[in-house]
Structure formats: C-alpha cells, structure tokens
Design a protein around this ligand. Structure first.
Ligand code: SAH
Length: 333
C-alpha cells in the first residue's frame, strides 16, 4: 500500500471491510492466538516534559513512587505464577535505576524463565547493550509521531533524531523492537499518521502500539480533545494489513475511551493484551492519562476470566512466550 492509499482508508467513512480484512490477516499469519503481557509500572519519576503525559517532570501534583528491586521481582514472580509468560517493566525516564540496578533486575527476572520487555525510554546505546547482555528480550519505545515539527513541539528539549537512533540501535542489538504512536495529538494530520505507518514498516518493527491521546488535567494539553478511537482502530487495522506478522496490542487508551475497546481492537488486527499487574501504589500514581481503564489482573481467577473473554472472541491464550513472528522470520534469514 502506498501513502495515498493509506490516507484514503484512514479518511474513509465506513471501515467495516478494512476491520474484517485486518482480522482475517491477523488470524492467517498469527493464528487464533492472543499473547498476554503482564505490565509492571515500576517508577513514575520522569525527567522529560512531554506535553501530553501526566507524569511529566513539570507536574507537581504527581505523587512520585519507585518500586524497590524486591517489589519488582515479587510482582514479576506473582505474574509468572498466575500464568503470564512475559513481563513488561515500564517507567518514566528515571536515572535512579542506573545500569547496575537495571541489569540486576533484568538478570533476576530472567532467572524466572519468563520473557522480559523493557520500556524505559531513551537510553544510551551502551545501556541498551548492557540490558541485552543481562538477558532482556524486548524493548518498547514509541516514536509517538514522525512529524518532526509536531514531535519537537510535544517533546521540549528532545531530539527526534535521537529517538530514531535509539530504535535503530535496539534493532541492531537484537531486541524484539516495539514502537508506536499517539493518535489525535493536537496538530497531527492524517497524512502524518500514514507516514508513521510507513515508518513502522521501514524500521521493520516487531511490535506496534497505537493508542488515542487522552487529555490529562495537569498538562498543557488539558483542554485538547481526545484522539478518535475509530481512527486508532483504522490505524491498527492498516498496520496489521501492511505488517501481517508483527504483534499489536489492544491498547489501554482504546479501552479507556471505548466501551469493549479491548474486544473490538482484538477484532481489528490486534493480538496482544497487556494486563496491569502493578502494586496499588503504581496503579494509583502511574497516571499518564486519567481514568485508565485497562484490565488489571492480580490472581488466577481474574486470569481465567480473561481466558474466557478471549475464548468468546474465537481466540486462545498463547501457551508460549509469544515472540513476534516478524522477529523469528528475521532470525531465520
Ligand atoms: N518513558 C517511557 C514510557 C512512556 S509511557 C518511554 O518514553 O517510552 C508509555 C506510553 O504512554 C508513551 O509512549 C505514550 O505514547 C503513552 N502516553 C503518554 N501520555 C499519554 C496520554 N496523555 N494519552 C495517551 N497515551 C499517552
């Protein structure tokens, strides 16, 4: 698909056919399988000032917290015991966890025989390399937008090229690499979303997360309208059609804005759910946007409930680590 065609579909009135086709492609290439990732939000300290984000450094109303290594490991172990095969550890950009601290956490989680995804923001290549050597498998770093002007506006003091370089370093170091964007940022055009999707392809991303922007009252964008869930679903469907064998989550921000958003996204090309398993202090204070409605799982009963929901969609929970088929294909080249 070229940019013009992508734009046409993003702008179309009725997307039913596109959603149906994306669902067909997902089932053909990735099977009737949904991968679960246990999300641990381990620190909301952040040195960045991203205009849209509720935990940005400027927000004085955030109750900041950091989980200790022990708390992170305990949470990961509980997730494993409940049945998860992947743990994602995410934080603001928090230099408290230096290379030594992070590598210690990574090594210990990997001893649990579980796949590990990191989402810690922009780090140096040296740091990424150390995380990889310590055993981390995957890394999530959304590009957020490929519109350079918009990127600059949304991320004061940040360098677009550095974020791009981070993504290419992660790929080069052998991480299963995830990226993605916000949908509906003030000033974002449909044309730029089409370019974003082509960027995922160019990077050869293994995972792509797309979610609508949700305004947070303590940010400069407090009065900006939220992103359209319909547009986000269209972008998910198009990404699936263009990149048939990658992993795509049903994002929490879709769930937050749209009733049954998780189920709907899983019918439009998504094949991953990331339930929150964080301790309460994190659930209450990792507030990147208000009213986060994503699914939380803290015991086997809740896990089984999700299994039933997934069954009702004609899918099954994956029994393995759920490595992106796109990643496996590159390894086998
Ligand atoms: N510090 C890490 C993790 C950031 S939080 C990093 O830089 O990668 C994870 C994602 O939440 C971000 O990439 C962003 O796309 C999303 N996010 C942040 N604020 C948001 C908001 N107000 N609405 C919707 N999504 C948001």
């Amino acid at each position: 698909m070229n940019k013009k065609e992508i734009i046409e579909i993003l702008k179309a009135q009725n997307s039913d056919e596109v959603f149906k086709y994306a669902d067909h492609i997902r089932r053909k290439y990735c099977g009737n399988i949904v991968h679960l990732r246990a999300l641990i939000e381990f620190s909301n300290f952040c040195k960045k000032q991203c205009l849209y984000c509720g935990i940005n450094a400027k927000n004085k109303n955030v109750k900041r917290y950091r989980l200790s290594e022990e708390q992170i490991l305990n949470t990961a172990l509980i997730a494993k015991e409940i049945g998860f095969k992947t743990v994602v550890i995410q934080s603001g950009e928090d230099d408290f966890y230096d290379i030594k601290k992070m590598c210690s956490i990574i090594e210990k989680i990997k001893k649990m025989d579980i796949a590990l995804t990191l989402s810690l923001g922009e780090k140096t290549k040296k740091e990424y390399k150390a995380y990889k050597s310590a055993g981390a498998d995957r890394y999530l770093l959304r590009i957020e937008t490929t519109d350079k002007k918009l990127y600059k506006k949304m991320h004061p003091g940040c360098d677009f090229q550095n974020r791009i370089n981070c993504l290419y370093s992660l790929k080069e170091l052998g991480f299963e690499t995830g990226t993605g964007i916000l949908i509906g940022l003030e000033g974002q055009s449909i044309e730029s979303i089409a370019s974003d999707i082509l960027f995922f392809k160019k990077l050869n991303a293994d995972m792509v997360g797309l979610g609508p922007f949700i305004a947070h009252k303590d940010t400069i964008l407090k009065d900006a309208p939220c992103g359209s869930t319909e547009l986000a679903l269209r972008a998910i469907a198009l990404t699936r059609i263009i990149m048939p064998n990658i992993n795509i989550p049903a994002t929490t921000s879709i769930e937050t804005l749209l009733k049954d958003g998780r189920k709907i996204a899983l019918k439009c090309g998504a094949n991953v759910v990331m339930p929150n398993v964080s301790p309460n202090i994190a659930k209450e204070n990792y507030c990147i946007y208000p009213n986060k409605q994503g699914i939380c799982i803290s015991n086997k009963t809740e896990f089984e409930n999700l299994r039933n929901e997934i069954k009702s969609l004609g899918d099954e929970i994956s029994k393995d680590f759920g490595i992106s088929k796109n990643f496996v294909a590159q390894k086998n080249l």
